[in-house]
Design a protein around this ligand. Structure first.
Ligand code: ADP
Length: 400
């Protein structure tokens, strides 16, 4: 596909070269005719200008950056996308690519074209603070005799694709690591049991409990992975209804009461009555459970967790979950919503965490059209906020 595009563009440029040559031939052939040389020159200029304008308009309509060099390696044409890609703000026609771009890799592509004629899929890294990649497809522009009259290069932004690919690789590496850790622990304990520990009732109970804990962790991890995958692929259909936020919080607090008791944490639900959100009740339950459970897990033993909410606009509700634990360091506040990011890896694992909870929360809240963020002072607890749309009128239809 790229090859076809670049060859078509090279043909257009070659046609223009041909036109220019053809016109000058005509010019000399007609020299002896009745029309004056001045007329012919004028006509020639008009046709050439028109051809150039057509070519420029065609190239400017493309989302890819286009760069045309003449036979002497000087820039003859750049389109608007190329100016955007390279952040060029002046006319660069007539200059060489080394003068303008200072990219030896690009100069190498042009040198190679003398032999190879077409180069496709060359990946070019742009220097600078932020990582940027472009894909370059290039072709030599040939005249009818096969002599090289110039070069045409088409640039395509690759940065986003590269970033996605990096995220994918990182995700696969993280998942493998997260799966492998409990599996190798389970295997280790099973081996020790088989080697004789099974004959010691106290030891075997302890080992079997640990095995159970790690199998639970694997189950949670797989459940969370499936949830994330469904949310990201848009496979989760949201069933929006009117949900009373105070009642939803009460239900989540109820489910987490035994966890709170283990740590002697008190949970206060101070959501005022009558705050009705437009939400998927089950997904909202998941959000509230994740946030309240985190507040218990990462908060203080014998601490306090407060859940509140208020209407911040006629169509928007803001909710929060506040704890009095150690808080989150500034550099981690944005990152806690990333998949597998944990401030304290060991602590998260000990408490059965998968590192996916807040990422799931973010996806669900965004699917409701809301936002989620955290405020925290180190040593003075953390407050997670979220917004949800208000349910103004009864919602009859489940919405995608
Ligand atoms: P996990 O499964 O590790 O709990 P989450 O995505 O729910 O994964 O949370 C990511 C990380 O954010 C946690 O590992 C923890 O380090 C940090 N975190 C979340 N909630 C709190 C909180 N209330 N106080 C302090 N740290 C928190």
């Amino acid at each position: 596909m790229w090859l076809l595009l670049i060859l078509a563009l090279a043909a257009i440029v070659a046609l223009n070269f041909w036109w220019a040559r053809r016109l000058s031939t005509l010019e000399s052939a007609l020299d002896a005719q009745t029309r004056t040389l001045e007329d012919l020159k004028h006509e020639h200029e008009q046709v050439t200008l028109q051809k150039q304008a057509e070519q420029q308009a065609l190239f400017n309509s493309m989302t890819e950056g286009v760069l045309v060099l003449d036979a002497h390696g000087r820039i003859q044409l750049v389109n608007q996308s190329l100016q955007r890609l390279f952040r060029l703000n002046k006319d660069v026609r007539g200059q060489t690519i080394m003068e303008v771009f200072r990219l030896p890799d690009l100069a190498e592509v042009i040198r190679r074209l003398q032999k190879e004629r077409v180069i496709s899929g060359f990946e070019l890294e742009l220097p600078g603070m932020e990582e940027r990649w472009l894909q370059v497809n290039a072709a030599a522009v040939l005249d009818r005799e096969g002599a090289q009259r110039g070069v045409i290069l088409v640039f395509h932004e690759l940065t986003r694709l590269r970033q996605l690919e990096n995220t994918r690789q990182e995700f696969v590496a993280n998942v493998s690591h997260e799966l492998r850790t409990p599996l190798s622990l389970i295997k280790g304990f099973v081996e020790t049991l088989l080697e004789g520990a099974k004959n010691d009732p106290e030891l075997s109970t302890r080992f079997l409990n640990t095995i159970e804990k790690h199998t639970d962790r694997l189950t949670f991890l797989i459940e969370d992975l499936l949830t994330i995958s469904r949310l990201e692929s848009g496979g989760t259909v949201m069933n929006f209804q009117q949900v009373d936020l105070g009642e939803a919080v009460a239900r989540a607090v109820d489910d987490l009461q035994s966890r709170a008791r283990e740590k002697e944490v008190t949970i206060e639900n101070s959501v005022p009555p009558g705050l009705v959100a437009r939400a998927d009740a089950e997904r909202l339950h998941q959000v509230l459970c994740n946030l309240i459970e985190n507040a218990i897990k990462y908060g203080r033993a014998q601490g306090r967790v407060a859940v509140g909410a208020r209407a911040v606009a006629p169509d928007k509700i803001e909710g929060w979950i506040d704890d009095d634990g150690p808080g989150i360091p500034p550099e981690a506040r944005e990152r806690v919503f990333e998949r597998f990011y944990r401030v304290d890896r060991a602590r998260s694992r000990d408490t059965g965490g998968t590192g996916l909870g807040l990422s799931i929360v973010k996806h669900i809240i965004q699917a409701h059209g809301g936002e989620v963020w955290v405020k925290s002072e180190l040593g003075a607890g953390a407050t997670f906020f979220f917004t949800l749309p208000t349910a103004e009128k009864p919602i009859d239809q489940p919405q995608p």
